[in-house]
Design a protein around this ligand. Structure first.
Ligand code: HMG
Ligand code: MG
Length: 299
């Protein structure tokens, strides 16, 4: 699909914060999500219903989904690892979209969700079935699509197999996660070429972490191959608790700036994004990782 419309999936409130040691107050998270929605983003992943023992930062998930100000036309998915997570998400009465996740590496699945890849696919299938029955939309993530911190390079055929399985479960979209940000335009092109023909590209999204500074370049390659959805996090917040050294996602401001320049429509207000990114960085006492934001703020 070579259309001019591009959807940005904002994952800052989830992927961006899950690795943060100091607990970010719930009020701050709520304001972050509300501001992100005001900037025109149409999909905002807001939290995860994972075990608080594993990821304490996301322990306020119920309050988050109950208290965010929901704008029409905006979807607010939550990440769910298992049936228990789905049940608590459903119990809030507010969740209409979830995101499942499996990794293309056994070693990573073991560290991240304490099971093998096959078991994780089974778990995901159970969760998808139960969610769809409740009328909840399901998005699927595949992690470590390029490489794994414990297992090395990923075979694209493994990603193809998982993509087909996630689509069969009823996922409306699959986000390809370069969890540790090791991909380059070379390896990303190889992966996408391996998926061509097996998976409809209008059902694919890309999810790049910027560890090696390749996220924008990888996004350009994905766009050239026909992908029109990318995940990013405001101010480049984040990292993954089970991928040591991995930095945050591609910064939403950098992505929006580039897409504007390429004539792709996102519907987001870059000025508002920059203000929000700077605001959350000040609240958290951290550096803003968005280059575009720094350039705009220092003009
Ligand atoms: P486990 O320890 O194997 O599970 O964890 P368990 O079933 O043995 O349960 C252990 C305890 O957790 C029990 O409590 C359960 O009740 C509780 P206890 O009896 O000991 O008091 N529990 C839960 N509590 C709340 N919500 C739940 C839940 N499930 C069990 N849903 C589990 C398995 C999957 C729960 C755990 O490993 C986990 O939560 N992992 C989360 C890891 C995570 O959040 N990782 C980051 C997200 S993935 C990512 O960032 C990649 C992505 O961005 C894409 C990319 O970049 O590639 C998406
Ligand atoms: Mg991620």
């Amino acid at each position: 699909d070579f259309s001019n419309n591009f959807r940005i999936v904002e994952v800052g409130a989830r992927d961006g914060l899950q690795n943060e040691k100091n607990f970010v107050p719930t009020e701050t998270k709520l304001e972050l999500i509300n501001r992100l929605a005001e900037s025109g983003l149409k999909t905002i992943e807001v939290t995860s219903f994972v075990a608080p023992k594993w990821v304490p930062q996301m322990a306020d998930h119920k309050e988050i989904v109950k208290k965010i100000r929901r704008l029409d036309g905006v979807s607010y998915p939550v990440l769910v690892p298992n049936l228990k997570g789905l049940e608590s998400a459903i119990a809030t009465g507010k969740v209409d979209e979830i995101a499942l996740f499996v990794a293309a590496s056994d070693a990573f699945n073991k560290k991240n969700i304490n099971c093998t890849t096959d078991e994780s696919v089974q778990r995901a299938a159970e969760v998808a079935k139960a969610a769809l029955k409740e009328g909840i939309r399901v998005r699927g993530y595949i992690s470590t699509v390029i490489g794994c911190p414990y297992q090395g390079d990923t075979d694209p055929r493994e990603v193809l197999k998982l993509s087909e399985q996630l689509l069969q479960m009823g996922c409306y979209e699959i986000s390809l996660g370069d969890t540790i940000g090791v991909g380059t335009p070379g390896s990303v092109a190889k992966l996408l070429d391996a998926l061509k023909g097996g998976v409809p590209f209008e059902k694919l999204a890309v999810h790049f972490h910027d560890t090696f500074g390749q996220a924008l370049a990888n996004t350009v390659v994905s766009i050239e191959k026909g992908i029109r959805v990318a995940d990013s996090s405001i101010a480049g917040l984040g990292g993954c608790p089970y991928a040591k050294g991995a930095t945050g996602n591609l910064a939403t401001e950098d992505l929006a700036y580039m897409l504007n320049g390429m004539g792709l429509n996102t519907g987001v207000d870059l000025g508002k994004l920059v203000e929000t990114g700077q605001w959350i960085c000040e609240k958290m006492g951290r550096q803003n990782s968005s280059r575009a934001a720094s350039a705009i703020l220092n003009k």
